[in-house]
Design a protein. Structure first.
Length: 111
């Protein structure tokens, strides 16, 4: 959401980006909403559409967590890998990501 215009995304788009089912996105957004990190807003033109909107508190929380989070991910997954291993890992996770996105798109098309 932080990269989207107005820090807001349609719930369905957020689910696709996260490779989450619609029920999982709803659960996560409700949890974040209770903590004041996001708001849910109905669409202005289509009331069937809901948006998740990152609040100022949510954006600040994201900014504060970013450097530590990246450092933890690197320490756990990549710090002791050489360049060849990193290229292989990037290729494998790229293919997995594409497969998950294709699956999510198929789910959306199937209704």
């Amino acid at each position: 959401m932080s990269e989207a215009p107005g820090n807001r995304l349609r719930m369905g788009e957020l689910g696709s980006k996260m490779v989450f089912s619609s029920s999982r996105v709803t659960y996560q957004v409700k949890s974040m909403e209770r903590r004041g990190l996001v708001l849910r807003q109905p669409g202005e033109d289509d009331k069937r559409v809901n948006y998740a909107v990152l609040t100022a508190t949510g954006l600040e929380t994201l900014r504060e967590a970013g450097p530590s989070h990246v450092g933890q991910i690197q320490a756990i997954f990549t710090d002791d890998l050489d360049e060849h291993e990193l290229r292989v890992l990037t290729e494998v996770f790229g293919r997995l990501r594409n497969r998950l996105l294709d699956s999510a798109e198929q789910e959306t098309a199937d209704g």
